[in-house]
Write a protein that binds this ligand. Structure first.
Ligand SMILES: NC(=O)c1ccc[n+]([C@@H]2O[C@H](COP(=O)([O-])OP(=O)(O)OC[C@H]3O[C@@H](n4cnc5c(N)ncnc54)[C@H](O)[C@@H]3O)[C@@H](O)[C@H]2O)c1
Ligand SMILES: [Zn+2]
Length: 355
């Protein structure tokens, strides 16, 4: 598979990826190599990576505990300390091996350590392959404010080896799949249609789909790196999806939803809004709703959940000047950004989801 040119770095796939890594190690005089992992990627992924690396450099493994709750500045401080104790310097290379938590946090740690050392990301979840692999966003959470602290800084390269997915749970796979469905809905109707018969997708097919998803996200980011216009398309399903995700996270009685599970609901709701604004047809809406509901279990959203979800929506960091702006779809494969939506329509969308 051909490497994809992102802004100032390449995304390499499968076996090409390790060749690119080894060439990079040959061409650069690094002093030592640090691999940041969480406990799961230490267990499941590191043994696949290490035999692929050809180098005489000293390699140190730095592990932290997995989970979004550890994506914070305390974990960064611990890692900065370990790097210091182990003698990391300006010429050290950091490899982040893990899901979005590891690549976001590790990218931030590397970008700030001694004012920035080189880093390479090796995403190991579907979500981090198709979403976090491009765009250059790094960072950590501040309390319960997601990604509040961070910098935009690109890795030297991103290596996507889909073999890592073999140990990933089905629910984490579904979570990443939501972003792929989104890429089809906002940008490429033919791509979307490939998911309509999801059961027929095998591992080879999945590789191709991942590749196309990275290409789509990259196309969008390159056109609009600073999120002034088309990059807002990537928020499709996320305006309501984020609010639902936060509500379920904070609630004492609800089970937490994975990011993609919340985004799946968000995409149905925002497609309904697109329908009501005459941007998509009833047939298109029904296709979207049926396809998403065939992959994700129905989530029970009760009447008294909706108001607090709307409260959270108002606090969403993406709102500018207090206005809630949606990225809606205009037909499948096209986007219409900066759409304001009255509350009544949002309530109706929830009623329709429940029906
Ligand atoms: N930078 C960006 O542009 C961007 C985009 C999307 C999401 N994100 C961030 O990514 C994070 C979510 O990413 P995620 O879903 O990958 O979460 P994650 O990193 O928490 O990974 C999910 C779980 O899977 C485990 N895991 C990872 N790889 C595995 C493997 N190969 N086999 C078995 N288990 C494995 C992890 O240890 C974790 O328990 C969020 O913090 C989000 O903010 C960033
Ligand atoms: Zn997302």
């Amino acid at each position: 598979m051909k490497s994809i040119q992102a802004n100032n770095y390449l995304v390499h796939f499968n076996q090409n990826a390790y060749e690119a890594l080894n060439n990079h190690l040959k061409e650069n005089k690094y002093s030592n190599l640090f691999i940041i992992v969480d406990d799961k990627t230490n267990e499941y992924c590191l043994s696949k990576l290490l035999p692929q690396i050809e180098t005489d450099l000293n390699i140190e493994i730095i592990e932290f505990e997995s989970g979004e709750e550890n994506k914070n500045i305390e974990t960064c401080i611990q890692i900065w300390n370990v790097l210091t104790e182990l003698g990391a310097d300006r010429k050290s290379l950091v490899i982040n091996l893990g899901g979005g938590v590891v690549t976001d946090l590790g990218g931030f740690v590397a970008s700030t350590f001694k004012r920035g050392v080189d880093f390479i990301n090796i995403p190991t979840t579907l979500l981090s392959m198709v979403d976090a692999s491009v765009g250059g966003k790094t960072g950590v959470d501040l309390g319960n404010l997601k990604n509040q602290i961070g910098v935009i800084n690109v890795p030297k390269m991103v290596l996507i080896d889909t073999e890592y997915l073999q140990t990933l749970s089905q629910s984490e796979m579904r979570s990443g799949l939501a972003e792929m469905l989104k890429h089809g809905l906002i940008y490429d109707v033919a791509y979307w249609e490939q998911f309509l018969d999801i059961k027929s997708i095998d591992y080879n097919g999945l590789d191709e789909l991942i590749y196309r998803s990275v290409e789509i996200k990259n196309d969008i980011v390159i056109q609009d790196p600073t999120e002034k216009n088309i990059r807002k398309a990537l928020n499709f399903g996320h305006t309501l999806g984020h609010a639902i995700e936060s509500y379920f996270l904070e609630s004492e009685t609800k089970t937490t939803l994975l990011h993609g599970e919340a985004i799946a609901i968000g995409m149905i709701l925002e497609s309904y809004i697109s329908l009501q604004k005459d941007l998509i047809t009833a047939t298109e809406y029904s296709e979207i709703k049926t396809a998403i509901k065939s992959i994700y279990d129905d989530v029970i959203i009760e009447e008294n959940d909706i108001d607090p979800i709307l409260e959270l929506l108002i606090h969403d960091k993406k709102n500018e000047y207090g206005l809630i702006q949606f990225a809606l779809i205009e037909g499948i494969g096209k986007i219409k950004i900066n759409q304001s939506v009255e509350n009544k329509l949002i309530l109706e969308a929830f009623q329709d989801y429940k029906s």
